[in-house]
Design a protein around this ligand. Sequence first.
Ligand code: 13P
Ligand code: SF4
Length: 305
Amino acid sequence: MDSQSALVQQIAYLKKEKNAVILVHSYQKPEVQDIGDYVGDSLGLCIEASKTDADRIIFCGVHFMAESAKILNPDKIVVLPDANAGCPMASMADAEGLGKLKSENPGVLVVCYVNSTAEVKAESDICCTSSNAVAVVNSLPKDKRIIFVPDKYLGGYVCEQTGRDMILWPGYCPTHQKILPEYIMEKKRAYPRAVVLAHPECSKETIQLADVVGSTGYMFSYCSESEKQQFIIATENGLLYRLKKFNPGKEFIPASDLAVCPNMKLTTLRSVCRALDRMEPEIDLDPELIRKSYDPIARMLEVTA
Ligand code: 13P
Ligand code: SF4
């Protein structure tokens, strides 16, 4: 047996022994996606985390995702296999700065993209993911001004879709910024019949060239249900593995080979196996912070239900 198969076997054994569930974001490495009990987008993962009856959660994604799972399951052990798997966009917003912005805009509501720290969530009224951001903003009273934190591109897209004027925090995803409009133009010339799908974390100029805009979960369902055969995918390239695996007859073209999130690729079969064996590195959050950051996530889940 090769070392990869041995690790897969050991992971299956430990998972059963520890009554653990493995949640995997679709930007993870192919071999990590293959051992997931659930593979999906940020919203799907939040929903799975909110209803799991496993005692322990192994979160193959980045820190804010595992943190959200812990906020939803304070009594469970939540483990992020690689402690260095952070999200640079989440690090671009801080609770102190957000508090200051709120005090400068009295009566404002804060919509917080889940790609944020628990401290920033605790300062917010409601969370959203890329798949429900428009619905979340539409659920808020029309007479209220809104601060959208931290992604200025997702926020800008939501402004356009909802007609709401929002104060945008100046954060962004460094990986999606690498998908330049000229790359899309190049791919459109090479594959004139292909449908272009873009994630709303991409810049406005890139989004404008897309036929379809949506979360990774939406892109997956769209491509799986479409009768079209060729798709240009403008998001982190990990999604292409899942698209190809479940749609073997279709062709998926990455918009840019540069769209690789280094943090999402830190998790390996070895680190998952170690995490299951030792139940560390564990997500440890102050109970008061869990209490304050729970409501914005729960409100989001209510809007999505
Ligand atoms: P979704 O999973 O909501 O599509 O978000 C993408 C992302 O960047 C997660 O880090
Ligand atoms: Fe953060 Fe972007 Fe990586 Fe997602 S793809 S984890 S938003 S840096």
